[in-house]
Design a protein around this ligand. Structure first.
Ligand code: RB5
Length: 148
């Protein structure tokens, strides 16, 4: 398992903690930055991580900004990406089981680091197993992407 990770200045500190969590689980990490607390533009990091997932350099992606929302909006512009915002335990599981999200987007200003660690753990352990109706809906999204 290889995971691409990126954050803006708001998510930088949480990124370090998540990398520790991943490496503790023997997951290979590609860190796309940012590498300090200087103010940066979150779309740059979203695009780098999303392109790594799209191009199969990574199996999954993790993005952290203030809310997770800006990162998800940007990442979902990249073809083949299903980036889900996660601010709850329920969403951590559902974005994998229902949406087969290949990127989880987290908020450093909406959740504590302990919550974020729990969300990432649940997301990694959840499986996309919920059957035909979810497959059909995901296919609808990617068909739209192809045709428009
Ligand atoms: C940065 O101040 C903030 O706007 C960003 O981290 C994110 O929350 C955007 O969605």
């Amino acid at each position: 398992m290889r995971i691409a990770i990126g954050a803006d200045h708001a998510g930088y500190v949480y990124k370090g903690r998540i990398i520790e969590l991943l490496e503790g689980r023997n997951i290979e990490v590609i860190d796309f930055g940012t590498m300090n607390l200087d103010s940066v533009d979150y779309p740059n990091y979203a695009f780098r991580v999303a392109e790594a997932v799209r191009d199969h350099q990574a199996d999954l992606g993790i993005l952290i900004c203030g809310t997770g929302v800006g990162m998800s909006i940007a990442a979902n512009k990249v073809r083949g990406i299903r980036a889900g915002v996660c601010q709850s335990v329920f969403a951590a599981r559902a974005i994998k089981e229902h949406n087969n999200a290949n990127i989880i987007c987290l908020g450093a200003r909406t959740n504590t680091i302990d919550e974020i660690v729990e969300f990432v753990t649940i997301y990694l352990e959840a499986k996309f197993t919920h059957g035909e109706r979810h497959i059909k809906r995901i296919e609808m999204i990617h068909r739209y992407e192809e045709e428009n």
